[in-house]
Design a binder for this molecule. Structure first.
Ligand code: FES
Length: 106
C-alpha cells in the first residue's frame, strides 16, 4: 500500500508502506512534512488529517482520541502520527492509499 503526505505548497510525498508499520517510523524514514515533538501522545504536534484510507489505520486508543478531541478535532478525521499504525494482516493491495496532511508546520 501507499502512504501519501500532502502539504500545501509542496509536492505530495508518496511512499510504500507495509501492513503493521508505525506512521512515526515511516515519517522518519522518508523525511515527511509531519512535525514531531514529544513523540508520545502528549503534545499534539504530530496531528494529521486523514484524507483517505482511515480504515487502513489501526483503531485509536483512548489516550490518542482524548488528545485529538482536546485539539478540537474528531477521531474520525484526525490521528496522531506518533501513535497510529497501519493495520497488520494481509496487504490491502498496491492501489490502497492512506493520505495524510499535517495540521502543524515543521
Ligand atoms: S509528537 Fe507529541 S503527540 Fe505526537
Amino acid at each position: 500500500m501507499k502512504l501519501v503526505f500532502k502539504k500545501a505548497g509542496k509536492p505530495n510525498l508518496e511512499v510504500d508502506a507495509a501492513p503493521g508499520a508505525r506512521l512515526i517510523d515511516l515519517c522518519d524514514q522518508h523525511r515527511s512534512p509531519v512535525p514531531f515533538s514529544c513523540r508520545g501522545t502528549s503534545c499534539g504536534t504530530c496531528c494529521v488529517r486523514v484524507h483517505e484510507g482511515a480504515a487502513l489505520l489501526d483503531d485509536a486508543g483512548d489516550e490518542e482520541l482524548n488528545l485529538v478531541e482536546a485539539l478540537g478535532y474528531s477521531g474520525d478525521t484526525h490521528r496522531l502520527a506518533c501513535t497510529a499504525k497501519l493495520r497488520s494482516g494481509p496487504d490491502a493491495g498496491a492501489s490502497a492509499r492512506v493520505v495524510l496532511e499535517p495540521e502543524n508546520d515543521d
